[in-house]
Design a protein around this ligand. Structure first.
Ligand code: AMP
Length: 625
């Protein structure tokens, strides 16, 4: 198997044009491309130049001839105790009707539509209806709150927001409309139109002027046929915001043609899922795993995708295994956090169900510890593949391959570079490649393969300065440290920037700090990530208050972060201190705070302004309960 991988991988780099020309045959091109890759303006790369295609046509219409009656989506909601199957034919009808609604409202190719929705089929219909018309969607995770929404509205300037009255989480309603209204009020951009799926589950109703009701509009356009708009391969299909070192989220922009090819090819070669099979990604459409492996890759393949609304342990920790059994899932994909949660509940839940359909479990989004890897592989008795990638790349950078042929799996390692990625590990100081068992910065030599981000939305300069300016040679920086062993297997050793990974969700420390500073009593704040047994990391914050203010409680400050950014960003611990450790030039030394918070030694800090502040941090951390 290793030899097969090596030749596939080598060919993807050494005979790049021929390799990707073959992969491109996996999708429909309305007009064939003239050039496989224009890399004359690196680090910008343009894939399949001159070709036109459509993401919705490839995900839906193309399958009607052979699989009109096959479920495209199986929706399972343990929140509403409902299951629903939507065939490719029905999906086609719904997507056409919604495309007609968008057309009627004057939303056209190149416009942006923000999608702020829970895990319901209408969310997928919304994404597909947008790309049918060349409209660029930007899905905002339903767990984000008003401030996060406002910053995305200001950046994307959407013409419309498609939302729902509420999501459901653990039996409780998450009312979207008040959050959306507050976000729209905070945003400086023109107010977008709002189209709402009224599920009848909200516990708090607010009016948004001019709001349209989804069911009413869909009924008006039932039976509509809207031709797909053929777009250039480079036409943006979507924007997905992600965190970095600044407080301003970056809009990761993806193209259409490269994205479609990459998705379809990855499901085949990496995940080993074929047309007609069933994939279940236990994630959310608000994250990149959701975009890629709940929506686009399965639908482009003509597979069935399970859309799950609910928690992995409710009504009991057997729920996912029951879904695998009932719907004969072939490939399950989730995060290490979800598996650690299930591990805590005991192995017996796994053995209650017939999991014979399941050929593999894929885990991504955060480091998979050896112990959890071993446990889940023993319990499931099927390959468990750790794969490493990022919102920016859209599909695995490092992985093992169910489709091409599984190679040895090593606990704690996401295996080897995926085809198309010219991965290079370099010394942080010298920029020279490092040898086996040495730590280095994980970089990728451009061009990035098809499907990866093509730029930061509206900001080419930021794309170059953020990702390609680390060294003299313009290499793409993943911001992760890694090493590889004698067999070439990689091990990820953590981020080298100020990004926290809570349960596979990426949060910028600056975002949390800025949210804290929105509270009128807060003068400055520092947020760090600390180790957590289940979630990988948790957020711990330290806050300095303004002089002469009524001091808020720490709980009030934590809640204020949840209100601004969403519950996932709420610090687990928060302490009020009188000052933060800073360098003489006034920069907060997060690294020192983090090592103290994790019970370590802050190391040598010769440039620190006032060393006594460290005692305060040490004391605060000791007293946390
Ligand atoms: P996101 O863009 O939110 O998916 O976060 C990407 C980041 O998550 C990466 O840069 C890594 O720091 C981390 N990550 C993702 N997958 C893995 C993995 N399999 N092992 C270790 N870290 C991972």
């Amino acid at each position: 198997m290793r030899a097969r991988y090596e030749s596939f991988f080598r060919r993807s780099l050494d005979e790049r044009e021929a390799f990707w020309r073959e992969q491109a045959e996996l999708i429909h091109w309305e007009k064939p491309f003239d050039q496989v890759c224009d890399d004359s303006k690196l680090p910008f790369a343009n894939w399949f130049v001159g070709g036109t295609t459509n993401l919705c046509y490839n995900s839906v219409d193309r399958h009607l001839a052979e699989r009109a009656d096959q479920p495209a989506i199986i929706w399972v909601s343990t929140e509403q105790e409902r299951e629903e199957k939507i065939t490719y034919r029905q999906l086609h009808e719904q997507v056409n009707a919604l495309a007609a609604v968008l057309q009627e409202q004057g939303v056209v190719k190149g416009d942006r539509v923000l999608i702020y929705m829970p895990m319901i089929p209408e969310a997928l219909v919304a994404m597909l209806a947008c790309v049918r018309l060349g409209i660029i969607h930007s899905v905002v995770f339903g767990g984000f709150a008003s401030h996060a929404l406002a910053s995305r509205i200001d950046d994307a300037k959407p013409k419309m927001v498609i939302t729902a009255d509420a999501g459901l989480r653990g039996g409780k309603a998450v009312n979207y409309k008040p959050l959306l209204k507050k976000g729209m009020n905070e945003a400086m951009a023109d107010a977008p139109m709002v189209l709402t799926v009224n599920r009848g589950v909200a516990t708090e109703a607010v009016e948004i002027p001019g709001e349209l009701d989804y069911a009413t509009e869909m009924a008006k356009h039932a039976g509509a046929v809207v031709d797909p708009v053929w777009v250039e391969s480079s036409h943006p299909s979507y924007i997905l915001y992600t965190s970095g070192t600044t407080g301003k989220p970056k809009g990761v922009q993806r193209d259409t043609g490269g994205h479609a090819v990459a998705m379809r090819a990855s499901l085949k070669h990496i995940y080993g899922v074929e047309p007609g099979e069933t994939m279940f990604s236990g994630s959310d459409i608000g994250w990149v795993v959701g975009h890629s492996y709940i929506v686009y890759a399965p639908l482009l393949t003509g597979a069935t995708t399970i859309v799950y609304e609910g928690l992995p342990i409710r009504p009991d920790p057997g729920i996912w295994w029951r879904i695998v059994q009932d719907h004969k899932v072939n490939c399950l994909f989730t995060s290490p956090t979800a598996i650690r949660l299930l591990k805590k509940s005991g192995e017996e839940w796994i053995h209650k169900y017939d999991l014979s359909s399941m050929r593999s479990l894929f885990l991504a989004g955060e480091p998979l510890d050896k112990e959890t890897h071993r446990w889940v592989m023993d319990a499931l008795k099927c390959p468990v593949v750790d794969n490493y990638w990022q919102t920016e790349t859209g599909w695995p950078i490092l992985t093992n391959f169910m489709g091409l042929g599984l190679m040895e799996l090593k606990h704690g390692s996401p295996s080897l570079p995926a085809y198309g990625y010219d991965v290079i590990l370099v010394d942080e100081q010298t920029a020279q490649p490092v040898g086996p068992n040495q730590k280095g910065s994980l970089m990728i030599r451009p061009p990035l393969p098809p499907g990866c981000m093509t730029t930061v939305y509206g900001d080419d300069e930021r794309f170059v300065s953020t990702y390609f300016s680390r060294f003299k040679e313009p290499l793409y920086a993943t911001f992760d440290y890694a090493m590889y062993d004698e067999d070439g297997y990689y091990f990820i050793m953590g981020r080298d920037d100020d990004v926290i990974n809570v349960a596979g969700h990426r949060m910028g420390t600056r975002e949390v700090e800025e949210a804290l500073c929105l509270h009128p009593a807060v003068a400055e704040a520092a947020a760090v990530g600390i180790k957590d047994e289940i979630k990988g990391q948790e957020i711990e914050a330290f806050v300095v208050l303004m002089a002469n203010v009524e001091p808020p409680t720490t709980d009030e400050l934590r809640q204020s972060v949840a209100r601004e950014l969403g519950p996932i960003a709420k610090p687990k611990y928060l302490h009020i201190v009188t000052s933060l450790p800073k360098t003489r030039s006034g920069k907060v030394i997060r690294r020192a705070i983090q090592s103290l918070a994790e019970g370590g030694d802050p190391g040598d800090l010769p440039t620190i302004e006032d060393a006594t502040v460290l005692d305060q941090i040490r004391g605060a951390v000791k007293d946390r309960s």
